[in-house]
Design a protein around this ligand. Structure first.
Ligand SMILES: CC(=O)N[C@H]1[C@@H](OP(=O)(O)OP(=O)(O)OC[C@H]2O[C@@H](n3ccc(=O)[nH]c3=O)[C@H](O)[C@@H]2O)O[C@H](CO)[C@@H](O)[C@@H]1O
Ligand SMILES: C=C(OP(=O)(O)O)C(=O)O
Length: 436
């Protein structure tokens, strides 16, 4: 397990370019399986989860060509379906969550898909019912081996259907879309997830020859086609990384410009950080955050304590709640952080409390943060990164703290943030990577 040794108290200054979006790239990479023609992808983030998925595609027989940094070509003309039954496949597919989205394309193109229990963050229950509900509506049969935790889906004749999802699952929606584009006839998906990454997937599939209508809404109409062709696609900047940089700038009192942020695709993210008191200016497509000694959390109009809660898009993403929480620890005022989707994502606050933050964990879903308004700095400590976003929140806390901190298990952070230590050190941070 690698660690970061962080010397706190150094302000950052300069410009940072966000990486391509992790959760978009995971969908888009799976979609290359839908065609035998070449798909060229730009702004592929070279992070742990994405590299693992590329490795999985390669092992399945997809031809992978790295053209230059962050640009790859994929040709899935010779996929080895028998590989899905092997132990190597099980091991590789189980190592990340994004691999779940190979199911839809494999089912659509080869009538057969297999999946072990996927990896990803341990942040509470992460059921997959929505995915299989959609597949079965389209005519697939599911077999679940409970002992091996292995899912098998097979279909000889996929047909369009009306599908009303019980929850707007992001990866579930992506999987069902990727199956329906090659099913015969018309599919309607209601209560579909509709974040920009799903929109990007739909736009790419339409460029490949699919016929998806309603893109951007939670009601999608898909007219199945016989086959799809190649295309070129560029990932959006990672909105979770952008939110992380906004919180980091505020906590460390730094002046930071986040370049080419595609502000039009960030939804309610900038406004949510603004309500925590963080000043920012949109300059063309850059976000400029001035150095701020103090920032004050708003109250609701009636004077009651503000709540920041997650919700499906266009609400505030659950992946930024940990960042909002850590950012509030040095604000002036109080905020209730309400993590509605996941049960086990707030336990990391214990570490922030050890560092001197004032937080009351009300229950697994809710934490009240009483901002210190920089009257006392956090203190550096030793800690472990429990999940990707908690890991970055702890990194932000450590960068703002007095003294030195060590965060172990930074592989969690590397899952989703590209060379984060190097990029932040270039702006003035003092982060040393210790490999053991
Ligand atoms: C690889 C990938 O893209 N991962 C993202 C994806 O995971 P993933 O697609 O696995 O997450 P889902 O959207 O399926 O669900 C996330 C959680 O929210 C709950 N839920 C979901 C929808 C809903 O209407 N009501 C509800 O309660 C689910 O039960 C689950 O516990 O979306 C999550 C929610 O944005 C993000 O945290 C993950 O980073
Ligand atoms: C929860 C996340 O990722 P995953 O779904 O890959 O575990 C995340 O990106 O915050």
């Amino acid at each position: 397990m690698a660690s970061f040794k962080i010397e706190g108290g150094h302000k950052l200054k300069g410009e940072i370019v966000p990486q391509g979006a992790k959760n978009e790239a995971l969908q888009i990479l799976c979609a290359v399986l839908l065609t035998q023609e070449t798909v060229t992808l730009h702004k592929v983030p070279e992070i742990r989860d994405v590299l693992k998925l590329i490795d999985l595609l390669d092992a399945m027989g997809v031809t992978v060509e790295k053209v230059e940094d962050e640009t790859y070509k994929f040709t899935a003309s010779d996929v080895d379906v028998a590989f899905l039954e092997t132990e190597t496949y099980k091991k590789k597919a189980a190592s990340l969550r994004g691999s779940i989205m190979v199911l839809g394309p494999l089912l659509a193109r080869f009538g057969k898909a297999r999946m072990p229990k996927p990896g990803g963050d341990k942040i509470g229950r992460r059921r997959l019912d929505t995915h299989f509900f959609g597949f079965s509506k389209l005519g697939a049969k599911l077999e679940f081996d409970a002992e091996e935790h292995f899912y098998s889906v097979d279909a000889s004749d996929l047909r369009g259907a009306y599908i009303h999802l019980d929850e707007a699952s992001v990866t579930g929606t992506a999987n069902i879309i990727m199956t329906a584009v090659l099913a015969k006839g018309k599919t309607t998906i209601y209560n579909a997830a509709c974040e920009p990454y799903i929109q990007q997937l739909c736009k790419m599939l339409n460029r490949m020859g699919a016929n998806i209508m309603g893109v951007g809404s939670n009601l999608l109409y898909i007219e199945g086609v016989r086959e799809l062709g190649g295309t070129t696609h560029t990932m959006l900047p990672d909105m979770i990384e952008i939110g992380s940089f906004i919180g980091m700038a505020a906590m460390t009192g730094s002046e930071l410009t986040i370049k080419d942020a595609r502000v039009d695709q960030l939804g309610i993210i900038p406004e949510t950080f603004r309500r925590l008191g963080i000043k920012m200016e949109i300059q063309d497509d850059d976000i400029y955050i001035p150095a701020q000694e103090h920032y004050e959390i708003e109250s609701f109009i009636d004077g009651s304590i503000m709540t920041v809660a997650d919700a499906i898009w266009p609400g505030f993403t659950p992946d930024l709640l940990s960042i909002a929480l850590v950012t509030a620890t040095q604000a002036k005022g109080t905020v209730l952080i309400h993590q509605k989707m996941f049960e086990s994502r707030l336990f990391f606050v214990d570490k922030l409390i050890d560092m001197g933050a004032q937080i009351i964990l009300c229950d697994p879903h809710r934490a009240t943060v009483i901002g210190l308004d920089r009257k006392f700095p956090l203190r550096g400590i030793k800690m472990t990164s429990p999940d990707i976003r908690a890991g970055v929140s702890l990194l932000i806390a450590a960068m703002s703290a007095e003294g030195t901190s060590v965060i172990s298990n930074v592989e969690q952070i590397d899952r989703g943030y590209q060379r984060i230590d190097e990029r932040l050190n270039a702006l003035g941070a003092k982060i040393e990577r210790l490999d053991d």
